[in-house]
Design a protein. Structure first.
Length: 151
C-alpha cells in the first residue's frame, strides 16, 4: 500500500534534475532536510525514471513541479513548495503565501517560471514542447490533484 510505504515522508517531490535552477533549490532543500528526512526526492530526468509507473506523463511532470503525499494524493505548483518548506521547518515562511493576494501572485509567478524555465536555462531554443497551461488560479482541482489545500 502506498501510504504505508511512504509514511516516513511528508512529501515526495518530482523535480527536473537537468534544470540548473531547479537543482539548486533541491540541493538547498536536501541540505535543510538532512536531519529530518521528511522529503523524498525523485529526479524525473534520471535514466531509470518511468513516469507511467506514477500514473503521469513526462509532459505533465515537466510542465510544473509535482509532489505526492503519503496518502497517494498529488499536489502541483506552489502547493508543492509550501509543503516542502513546511517539511524543513520553514512553515513561518509559507503562511503568507496562503493569503489571497499573495497566493495569486505566487501562483502567477510560478506559472511564468514553469512556462519559461527551459528557455531561461538554455535548454531549448525558440519554442519548447511543453503543454499549454491554463491560469493556475482558475483551475478547479480534482480530489486526487490539489494546488492549494487552504490550510
Amino acid at each position: 500500500m502506498f501510504a504505508g510505504e511512504f509514511a516516513d515522508f511528508d512529501i515526495e517531490v518530482f523535480y527536473d534534475g537537468d534544470c540548473p535552477l531547479c537543482l539548486r533549490e533541491i540541493q538547498m532543500l536536501r541540505w535543510f532536510d538532512r536531519r529530518r528526512q521528511r522529503i523524498r526526492f525523485t529526479d524525473i530526468a534520471g535514466s531509470e525514471f518511468q513516469p507511467a509507473e506514477y500514473g503521469r506523463t513526462m509532459d505533465q511532470l515537466m510542465a510544473e513541479i509535482h509532489g505526492r503525499l503519503p496518502d497517494g494524493n498529488w499536489i502541483i505548483g506552489v502547493e508543492v513548495f509550501r509543503r516542502l518548506y513546511s517539511a524543513i521547518g520553514f512553515g513561518w515562511l509559507v503562511w503568507p503565501t496562503r493569503l489571497p493576494v499573495i497566493r495569486q501572485l505566487a501562483e502567477w509567478g510560478y506559472a511564468v517560471f514553469a512556462r519559461n524555465r527551459l528557455n531561461w536555462t538554455g535548454r531549448c531554443t525558440n519554442e519548447c514542447d511543453l503543454p499549454e497551461k491554463t491560469n493556475p488560479v482558475d483551475k478547479i482541482p480534482v480530489a486526487s490533484e490539489t494546488r492549494a489545500l487552504g490550510k
